[in-house]
Write a protein that binds this ligand. Structure first.
Ligand code: ADP
Ligand code: ADP
Length: 220
């Protein structure tokens, strides 16, 4: 099973400890919410899960394997890290082709994933004209391109209107029902209550709680 396991994860930048001895798991078939205030270390943790930042200490496994040992990262883990980071002049469709090229993924799925996120009608529009909600959808389409079993979404609901949030919740629910591991971050408990099954809560880089949503709500 392609879950995420982080053990004793620590990231230091200079003298500043940004992620501090953090251990947690995210299981297949479950939507795990990664909750913490701005600056808590959520993005840094997600970058480490993707192999984009090197842990100072600790270990990460995806489906029981260390990131460096994954033979096919693009098919194992997909991510939305910063929805705003689009090329303004590039169309939605071209974003997917460029990502497929860079990540060695099959470009023939580009139309399919755009359809999945409801961007078919906007496929040939430049991403610079997109609302933040549309950029979130484009980022999610990119994450889905390799059909990965593990999905990591950093603040995916940011900038979505209530209808967009319902859409994103249904999508994450369906992806989890297919047996995928979903980890998504937010600084808002309200977004967790709408969407997450389980919570990993961090503050100042440290684990604050790891429990089911109901358990956390009961205790707080
Ligand atoms: P979150 O996603 O929870 O808002 P981040 O992981 O983005 O938190 O940031 C956690 C802390 O780490 C912040 O104080 C941020 O300024 C710091 N930080 C993040 N990346 C770097 C970096 N490359 N160099 C120095 N400090 C960083
Ligand atoms: P460009 O858009 O400049 O061609 P890429 O297509 O190579 O850049 O990458 C787009 C973004 O996707 C990068 O910012 C990278 O951080 C992010 N990314 C890295 N790994 C993954 C992954 N496994 N799934 C989805 N996005 C990823």
């Amino acid at each position: 099973t392609a879950g995420i396991q982080a053990r004793g994860l620590t990231k230091r930048y200079g003298n500043k400890v940004v992620v501090d001895d953090l251990s947690f798991t995210a299981e297949p078939g479950v939507i795990t919410g990664f909750l913490g205030p701005n600056g808590a270390g959520k993005s840094t943790t997600m970058r480490m899960l993707l192999g984009l930042a090197k842990p100072t200490r600790g270990s990460i496994t995806i489906g029981g394997r260390r990131i460096a040992e994954l033979d096919d990262p693009g098919h194992t883990i997909g991510a939305l890290l910063d929805a705003r980071a689009v090329h303004p002049q590039r169309t939605a469709f071209d974003h997917l082709l460029a990502f497929a090229q860079a990540a060695g993924l099959d470009r023939t799925r580009a139309g399919e994933v755009l359809d999945l996120v409801g961007l078919t009608a906007a496929a040939s529009r430049r991403a610079g004209e997109f609302s933040l909600g549309m950029k979130q959808r484009l980022g999610i389409a990119t994450a889905l391109l390799g059909n990965p079993g593990v999905l990591v979404f950093d603040e995916p609901l940011n900038g979505l209107d209530p209808e967009g949030i319902r859409w994103a919740r249904t999508l994450m629910r369906n992806l989890a029902a297919e047996g995928r591991t979903i980890l998504f971050s937010s600084h808002l408990m309200s977004e967790m209550e709408l969407t997450a099954d389980r919570l990993v809560v961090i503050g100042q880089g440290r684990l604050v709680a790891e429990s089911s949503l109901e358990e956390f709500v009961r205790a707080h």
